[in-house]
Design a protein around this ligand. Structure first.
Ligand SMILES: Cc1cc2nc3c(=O)[nH]c(=O)nc-3n(C[C@H](O)[C@H](O)[C@H](O)COP(=O)(O)OP(=O)(O)OC[C@H]3O[C@@H](n4cnc5c(N)ncnc54)[C@H](O)[C@@H]3O)c2cc1C
Length: 299
């Protein structure tokens, strides 16, 4: 079998054949914002490249039954951020994605590339986790759907195997009365990665108790982290009296930050506590569907 150094398949099946032919040595190319850096820095070797840019329809953003969304893996972050459909059905997702890096990066970077890259400081994963999103993965044996909850394995590592392609991200609709938000704490510059980030969702019942909760953080461990123990504390609580301190304690139990240029381990732990508390209090205060993210710069 001859393996092309650079292939531009037009279908997913063809792309998988290229990956198989390269014996797991090939790299998928989407927007190239991370891949080109990693290759230049010598982290990836110089295996063949399979460019997804010509795969027809892979960048589509479509409505899903029941008010949800199906977002093609090669949809750019900018296309998602500015999509009228996403703004209508999941405004918090459009706003969160609009907080990634700069417009130049967002014009190029894709959502599939973002999730597959799996840097724990990225913004889309925590909000997609609290939205209960699922990844649709195509591989040699067919297509499967996996909860994003089990998708991230380690720094730069996901469940995707060398011949798998992330094809779509499914985002279900939220129940009426749910409140959702994202806090990105970035003390350096507005286009930086987060020092820590927090996403939360409270599904509020008619009697103003929390019927369901989701809480996830970014940049506080080797992967984005969902905190089921915190969610259990929130579920059943009255909106006016959320157990914020206990939730923060559960978050601190669940995280294991890696110190980096954006903060030491101790600083990240302190900021995870602060921003979890702020986000929950903001969601508790918000009247009506508080389906929005917020800025947290220059603190
Ligand atoms: C300067 C800079 C600042 C950034 N700041 C932020 C930030 O603030 N917040 C944030 O969230 N992110 C940030 N990023 C990361 C950025 O969002 C990602 O680099 C981008 O989303 C990756 O998408 P891409 O399409 O360019 O992927 P590529 O670079 O093309 O690919 C990335 C990786 O994913 C694999 N891949 C791509 N598509 C698929 C697929 N469909 N299936 C399986 N594997 C696939 C590739 O093989 C590669 O390993 C920043 C990046 C840069 C360069």
């Amino acid at each position: 079998v001859t393996v092309a150094a650079y292939a531009r398949p037009t279908t997913i099946e063809e792309a998988i054949r290229e990956l198989v032919a390269a014996d797991g040595e090939a790299h998928l190319l989407a927007g190239g914002t991370s891949l080109t850096l990693l290759r230049r820095q010598g982290f990836l070797g110089d295996g063949p490249v399979v460019d997804l840019g010509r795969v027809a329809g892979l960048d589509r953003i479509e409505p899903a039954p029941g008010g949800g969304l199906a977002i093609g893996a090669t949809a750019t972050l900018r296309a998602i951020e500015t999509s009228a459909l996403v703004r209508e059905r999941a405004p918090v997702l459009a706003e969160t994605i609009g907080r990634v890096a700069t417009v130049r990066i967002r014009n190029q970077a894709t959502l599939g590339g973002n999730l597959a890259h799996a840097d724990p400081a990225q913004d889309p994963p925590p909000i997609l986790l609290v939205l209960d999103a699922e990844a649709e993965v195509a591989g040699v044996t067919g297509t499967r759907r996996v909860s994003l909850d089990g998708f991230f394995v380690d720094v730069f590592e996901t469940i995707l195997g060398p011949t798998d392609i992330l094809v779509r991200i499914h985002v279900p609709s939220l129940p009426p009365g749910s409140r959702i938000g994202y806090e990105k704490f970035l003390p350096r510059t507005a286009d930086d990665y987060a020092t820590v980030s927090v996403a939360a969702r409270l599904d509020v019942a008619a009697d103003r108790t929390v019927a369901g909760a989701r809480l996830a953080l970014g940049s506080v461990a080797a992967t984005p982290v969902r905190v089921p123990a915190a969610e259990a504390l929130l579920e059943g609580a009255r909106l006016a009296d959320l157990p914020v301190e206990a939730v923060v304690a559960a978050v601190l139990d669940a995280i294991d930050p890696i110190g980096d240029v954006r903060g030491s381990v101790e600083y990240k732990r302190a900021m995870a506590a602060v921003w979890t508390g702020r986000l929950l209090r903001r969601l508790a205060r918000a009247d009506g569907p508080a389906n929005a993210s917020s800025e947290a710069t220059g603190q």
